[in-house]
Each structure stands twice: as C-alpha cells, then as structure tokens.
Design a protein. Sequence first.
Length: 214
Amino acid sequence: MVKLNVLQKIVDPGLVAVIRASSADLAARVAHACVEGGIRALEVTFTVPNAATAIADLSARYPAAEVVVGAGTVLDAETARIAILAGARFVVSPASDAATARVCRRYQVPYLPGAATPGEVVRALEDGADIVKVFPGEGLGPGFVRAVRGPLPHAPLMPTGGVSVETAEDWIRAGCVALGVGGALTKAAETGHFADVTEKAGLLIAAIRRARGA
C-alpha cells in the first residue's frame, strides 16, 4: 500500500487506537470494536502475546484500503521487520532508533517514533520520522506541543498517553495532526464491555472534528 495512503488513514480521521491486551484474541475483539466506532488506524503493541500473529490476522481481516493495522512498542529493527512482514502498515516506537527507521524506509512503511523534548523531536525528524509521537503525553500536555511548534512548525506531532475524550480537542487545537489513544479508549474491554469502546471511539472522532472546525 502506498505510504501516503497509510498516513492519510491516520491523519484524516486523526485517531490511532493503541491496543494493548492480555491475548491476541482480546486484541482482535478490541480492534473490531474500534473499527465499529469509525477508527481506521489500529496499533497493536508488541506487549500483546503473539503480536505478530495478531497483526497478520487483523491485516487479513480488514482491507488495507479501509483500515490500516500497525505495530507499536517496536524497540528495534528486528522487531520492525517481523511486524512489517506480518502485515504492519506503520511502525510506532517509544523512542527514535536510526536502524528501525532505516528498515521502515526500506519497506516504505511510515515510522512514528516517540519524543519528549525538542531535541528528541529534531532527532526523530532527522531519522526520517513521518509523524513524531509525543510521549508520554500525560507528562507533557498540549502546552508542550504549542511550545515545540513555535521553532518547529513543520513537525507533525501525535500524542500518546494522557489523551481522552475530555482532552482530545485541546491536543488538536494545540497543533497535533492525530491522537494516539490507548487505555482511555479500550479499558472497558477488560471487563467485556466492547460496546463502550465503540461508543468512545465515536466520541473521540467527533471531538477531533469539532476541534478542526469540521
């Protein structure tokens, strides 16, 4: 799939579901609930048991033209290659890693590494990041994004952590191109309340649209 098309699936709706689960089966059920709510980008983290299998199964289930499945918590180039060969359409890391970025460029897969300082944002961009993940978002806040976008207005930023229905509009208005949402979106799935996940996905998308003036 063309790299630009994948990025559009992330940026146009403005929401990436970060899926951490105790099993690949639960991850699949959470993913389905997110898609039902309108999310078009799913990040399956490598903290999920058999994450590569989960990514492969979800990639086979959803046409790439409709939903893109990516890999999260990718710590090194070897894991990135495993994820990409399993079908991951984008790769997310907690910090930038030049070797991982190189693998992503080789396969023309968007790379979204984390950064927590202006210097780390610059390094991520130099490594070839397509979007820089502001992480941990709960410790930085929308004010960090506003400050960074002063000297770095060209940096495409996406927070993960500390993003919820209540804070989504603040993050978008601060200048983020998309939001990564994990527990605030998926927590209800731990007790089997998948309909709540679907509802929250819809609320997040609506909040992003409001913040964008749509």
